[in-house]
Design a protein around this ligand. Sequence first.
Ligand SMILES: Cc1cc2nc3c(=O)[nH]c(=O)nc-3n(C[C@H](O)[C@H](O)[C@H](O)COP(=O)(O)O)c2cc1C
Length: 157
Amino acid sequence: MKSEWIQALGCMTHGIYVLTTARGNEINGMIASWVCQVSYGPPLVAVAVHPDRYSHALIEKSGVFALHALEKGQADLLGRFKGPDPAAKFDGLDWQPGRTGCPLLATCAALLECRVREVLAPGNHTIFIGEVVHAERRSDGPLLCTADYSGQYLGKT
Ligand SMILES: Cc1cc2nc3c(=O)[nH]c(=O)nc-3n(C[C@H](O)[C@H](O)[C@H](O)COP(=O)(O)O)c2cc1C
């Protein structure tokens, strides 16, 4: 029996995003759902990343990340971003480097390129707060969120 707080936190819905990052020629991508807008002026978004993630090391060093909001029909894309090999994640995928150097996926509902403004470590995930330096809305369809996906992230995956 899961503790009450784990069950209750499992009822919070989040978007499901593909986070990408880059440092020089190194690129990586991961699934992120602990993502939230935290300011309008300037536009800031926060993402909570576990220190064990390879993406964490890259963001720490480069200070940049990009977030892709996905269409509901894009759940199949998530599988490739679970693997350990950064090159395999992007193999055969249509993407271009953005102005931050982060890989930008051609197919997504929207993307945000961010430069890290603050780093907080209040618990076991690091919160990177990024200022949005480039944004694109690419489609109007319904968006993928954790309610559509069986793999709700509770902090351990
Ligand atoms: C639906 C879902 C949401 C996730 N959200 C996060 C998240 O917000 N933060 C995080 O650190 N890991 C999250 N993960 C786990 C990472 O995506 C996963 O550990 C990934 O393999 C890390 O890749 P990397 O080590 O190459 O950076 C999530 C996983 C899933 C399936």
